[in-house]
Design a protein around this ligand. Structure first.
Ligand code: G4P
Length: 310
């Protein structure tokens, strides 16, 4: 490996180890508060929808969610599926199935997968509410909450689900006055405030992927480093996408820095004296990836389930 890259990767490790990379908005105090709010809201709902980024289902998952929600029924929504490799999303859905978890691919901005999401949520909720009724409880609509890390698309999904039911239901007796519920389907109500989870901090690779996708505010990251590690990943896993996007017909350079320079040149990112404006090139690369201009790309590979029983 090129010394420069090695040095940069070491530096990334150090950043992650020191929790500098994604640690701007989340401190232990924030996590404790988020956990408390989620635990309080959890008491009000029958089903949880865990929203993950379909491009990085592993990296966008909260490491403590399962412990927090315990045995509350859960459904996974793989959002931004329009930006992820559909074959890999399918593998993830199958993987979740082997774990006994129903998962569905969703595009909250276009409304794809929403019907299926509501259907599965209703099924999960019905199983629970019917059990409660059998135990003598009064029949009521099942309540659902959406949980996910920042930027994963919680508000977009809530807006999409709310659709024409934007007029919220009145406060329920026994429910804090401020809580608002949105009616979904015939037997469901969605809490209109999502639960905000903190992302994985300790895992360097997860932190980097969160930065690539924009889940971590760009002001909080070293864009130069992130772009180079991203391009290194692309060189290894998706070289053709890079060639296509930037109309590169010759062999790709070996190092991400040379590639960035080439992209800058191709895109006319020049500063006075004919030097390449690397900062501009970095912004172009990250924006192209985040907006799907490089095509559908998945960065977390689903665990191999071929050895596992269904
Ligand atoms: P959050 O509540 O979880 O923090 O996320 P939010 O809904 O605000 O979504 C974060 C960004 O992700 C938004 O883009 C939103 O449009 C985009 N987004 C959400 N769901 C999807 C999806 O399924 N596919 C795609 N391609 N994008 C999605 P933004 O640039 O921050 O804002 P804007 O473009 O909506 O103005």
């Amino acid at each position: 490996m090129n010394d420069y890259i090695k040095e940069r990767e070491e530096s990334a490790k150090k950043l992650a180890a020191e929790q500098v990379l994604p640690n701007v908005q989340w401190f232990p105090g924030h996590m404790t508060k988020a956990r408390r709010i989620i635990t309080e809201n959890l008491k009000l709902v029958d089903v949880v929808i865990e929203l993950l980024d379909a491009r990085i289902p592993y990296s966008s998952a909260n490491p403590m969610l399962q412990e927090i929600i315990a045995d509350k029924p859960k459904l996974v929504a793989l959002n931004k599926a329009d930006l992820a490799d559909p074959a890999m999303t399918k593998k993830w859905i199958n993987y979740f199935k082997t774990q006994g978890i129903k998962a569905v691919a969703v595009d909250a901005t276009q409304g794809k997968g929403i019907k299926q999401l509501v259907q599965i949520t209703e099924d999960l909720a019905r199983a629970r509410t019917e059990k409660l009724v059998a135990k003598g409880a009064k029949a009521r609509a099942a309540r659902v909450m959406i949980l996910g890390i920042p930027n994963v698309g919680k508000s977009s999904l809530i807006n999409r689900l709310a659709g024409s039911n934007k007029t919220k239901t009145a406060d329920k007796p026994g429910v804090t006055r401020a809580k608002q519920w949105i009616r979904l389907g015939t037997h469901l109500e969605l809490l209109d405030t999502p639960g905000i989870l903190w992302p994985k901090f300790e895992d360097m690779n997860a932190g980097l992927k969160l930065a690539f996708t924009g889940a971590i505010n760009d002001e909080a990251i070293d864009r130069e480093l992130i772009t180079e590690v991203f391009l290194d990943t692309m060189l290894k896993h998706y070289p053709d996408r890079i060639k296509e996007r930037y109309k590169i017909t010759d062999a790709l350079p070996d190092t991400p820095l040379e590639l960035l320079e080439l992209i800058g040149k191709k895109r006319g990112c020049l500063v006075k004296g004919g030097q390449i404006d690397l900062e501009k090139a970095q912004r172009i690369v990250l924006t192209d990836f985040r907006s799907g201009k490089m095509g559908t790309i998945s960065l977390d590979v689903a665990p191999d389930i071929s050895q596992e029983k269904d």
